[in-house]
Design a protein around this ligand. Sequence first.
Ligand SMILES: N=c1c2ncn([C@@H]3O[C@H](COP(=O)(O)OP(=O)(O)OP(=O)(O)O)[C@@H](O)[C@H]3O)c2ncn1[C@@H]1O[C@H](COP(=O)(O)O)[C@@H](O)[C@H]1O
Length: 116
Amino acid sequence: MLTGAAMTSPTGPAILADLYTVIAGRKGADPDTSYTARLFAKGRGKIVNKMGEEAFEVAVAALSEGPDRVVSESADLLYHLTVLWADTGVTPDQVWAELAQRFGTSGIDEKAARKG
Ligand SMILES: N=c1c2ncn([C@@H]3O[C@H](COP(=O)(O)OP(=O)(O)OP(=O)(O)O)[C@@H](O)[C@H]3O)c2ncn1[C@@H]1O[C@H](COP(=O)(O)O)[C@@H](O)[C@H]1O
């Protein structure tokens, strides 16, 4: 099984791909030694609940706690979102492809096209 310690530390956004690999490798691992395995063992309801909780904590940090807390809560959110992707069989590449397809299209134009 890949562990964070066994991999070289990536820098920048590439860390999400490596984090996904570590997380996906935790399926079926021992919940006593892996927080990710514990989430998988508790099921999708728990994972969704944690993801929503962390999103709310980002919002609270933005409104009343300051940038440093926004950073740490965002990291919690991205980690739990990545667990949710792994649980639902979605890969980061699928999300990157979706973002790439949208890149350069104004959200206002896209919304107008949907209505038309
Ligand atoms: N990036 C993270 C990461 N971010 C946040 N967390 C955990 O997410 C939890 C969120 O904080 P909370 O205070 O809400 O958690 P809690 O109260 O313990 O959670 P619950 O009791 O509500 O379930 C904490 O336990 C954090 O340690 C993470 N746990 C793991 N990772 C990465 O996942 C890798 C694998 O981790 P393990 O599966 O634990 O080996 C690690 O090497 C890291 O790279």
